[in-house]
Design a binder for this molecule. Structure first.
Ligand code: SF4
Length: 476
């Protein structure tokens, strides 16, 4: 079988390729199962549509697979259209949230033939094994984790059992992607203050957990049907050691929904990292209420073990909105954690979700005032109601989803106001957000232009800023 795997770009207007970790696990599983395939990495190499047409015409592909977030629906649809034009008889398969969250729409409004629901590692291999027996999607009836149309009827085979111990998944086969390019890109993303001179940093990313134990009403993640699973400290450090040995990686960004939910988990990682003797710098994702002042010794140990920052969200400083988000966190706990991290000299990345139905100018002020007081420049995004979440049902009830296709085509970055569920008029909401951010930018001396206030990607603070607790927005 001729197989091609496509990595979509979600931000074609800006060159900021992001190593496709999920896809890399899937293609590594395919390779271990003995399959050979081509990869078209659109995000890394940015072919035009015409070049993509040419690449897809080089062979007669039997299987063309792509993955995208639901916010990238339009890009997935376009790639599937080109795949169909160039390979009329190919079976087009889609994965990730664009597939899991809107399976029926994707099958009826795009050229996609098969949906992979949830975890793709095993399902993709099983699909290929079934298609080897005969190139008909009917053969997929026995494969768990797929949805397809058979004679106008949707066939949904249910979820494949999630991999129980994700520590046992072999390391991704990085050689399948253009590592030289990704390593060169990641180092550009490293923000000041640099722990060592920038030219001695080699940065990369790893995934240490699948899913999240929480169910925020605005958040969709493909592992929502399974429990939160995280890798053992041994397995994480073994991957870092391998990246270090092969590529000299000494700076790691954890790319997870939630890297650490408990202190025992983080202590185990710390112990293993120390044992390894690796000289490493790292950033990870936690909840806003993991640490208090009582953890200061642990935090200092983490800092001494190369922890530069933690990313965690406030979302809103209004208790009612936090309840509506099902955030299960209090503003007080968030403040306590921020102060403890400041004291330990660990930076923080914080994000907000603006525009819940309960949002008012007063709740907005409350949220941004907390950020102002704590010297946080937050990564600010507007609520983006994604299919499959409770907030999408609210958007539907408010009449914002009368035409699903145009709704999906409008999706994209959360930094743009796309669907306003609050009662604040669009222009008033945007002006208020910009005004608050401007105030914080002025206080922190960030010197941001109006158009940079919400779309912040690489604001950089000096070491002295970090030491006084100033926080830059995270790359979102
Ligand atoms: S927003 Fe964060 S904490 Fe909430 S469900 Fe999503 S990943 Fe989990």
């Amino acid at each position: 079988m001729n197989i091609v795997m496509i990595n979509i770009s979600h931000r074609p207007w800006m060159y900021k390729p992001c190593y496709p970790i999920g896809l890399s696990y899937v293609v590594s599983a395919m390779r271990r199962a003995g399959y050979d395939f081509d990869i078209i990495d659109i995000d890394a190499h940015r072919p035009t549509d015409q070049e993509l047409r040419r690449l897809l015409s080089q062979k007669t592909y039997d299987v063309i697979a792509l993955g995208a977030l639901v916010s990238g629906y339009k890009y997935a649809k376009q790639a599937a259209t080109i795949a169909r034009e160039t390979n009329p008889d190919g079976i087009i398969i889609a994965g990730n949230s664009v597939a899991s969250s809107i399976p029926e729409h994707l099958l009826t409004h795009t050229e996609v033939d098969v949906i992979v629901k949830g975890e793709g590692d095993l399902t993709m291999v099983n699909i290929l094994r079934a298609l080897e027996k005969g190139k008909s999607i009917r053969n997929l009836r026995e494969v768990k984790g797929v949805v397809f149309l058979d004679n106008g009827t949707f066939v949904d085979t249910g979820y494949e059992k999630p991999i129980r111990d994700i520590s046992e998944i072999p390391l991704p086969d990085w050689r399948l992607f253009d590592m030289e390019l990704y390593l060169a890109t990641y180092v550009q993303e490293v923000a000041e203050p640099y722990p060592i001179p920038k030219d001695r940093i080699t940065a990369f990313t790893i995934n240490t957990a699948r899913g999240c134990p929480f169910r925020c009403t605005f958040c969709y993640h493909v592992f929502h049907y399974s429990s939160y699973r995280y890798r053992s400290a041994e397995s994480i450090v073994a991957e870092i050691a391998e990246l270090n040995a092969r590529y000299g990686v000494n700076y790691i960004n954890f790319y997870d929904e939630c890297s650490f939910v408990g202190k025992s988990q983080i202590r185990a990682f710390l112990g293993e990292l120390r044992k390894s003797g690796l000289q490493l710098y790292w950033n990870a994702i936690i909840r806003g209420d993991l640490f208090t002042e009582e953890d200061i010794d642990l935090l200092i140990d983490l800092r001494d073990a190369g922890c530069l920052s933690f990313g965690y969200s406030l979302e809103s400083a209004d208790a009612e909105i936090l309840r509506s988000m099902n955030k299960k966190m209090t503003v007080e706990d968030f403040v306590i954690q921020k102060r403890a991290l400041d004291k330990a000299g660990i930076m923080t990345y914080t994000s907000l979700v603006v525009g819940y139905p309960e949002e008012t100018l007063e709740t907005l002020k409350k949220t941004f005032d907390i950020c102002y007081d704590l010297n946080i420049y937050p990564s600010t995004g507007y609520l983006l109601p994604q299919p499959g979440t409770p907030m999408f049902e609210v958007a539907k009830a408010k009449g914002l989803v009368n035409d699903m296709e145009s709704y999906l085509m409008q999706m994209g970055d959360r930094q743009d106001l796309r669907f306003n569920l609050s009662r604040i008029p669009d222009d008033v909401l945007q002006a208020a957000v910009a005004g608050h951010l401007q105030k914080i930018s002025d206080k922190l001396g960030l010197d941001l232009k109006r158009e940079e206030l919400v779309k912040t990607f690489s604001h950089v603070l000096s070491r002295s800023d970090a030491e006084t607790g100033k926080t830059r927005s995270g790359p979102q």
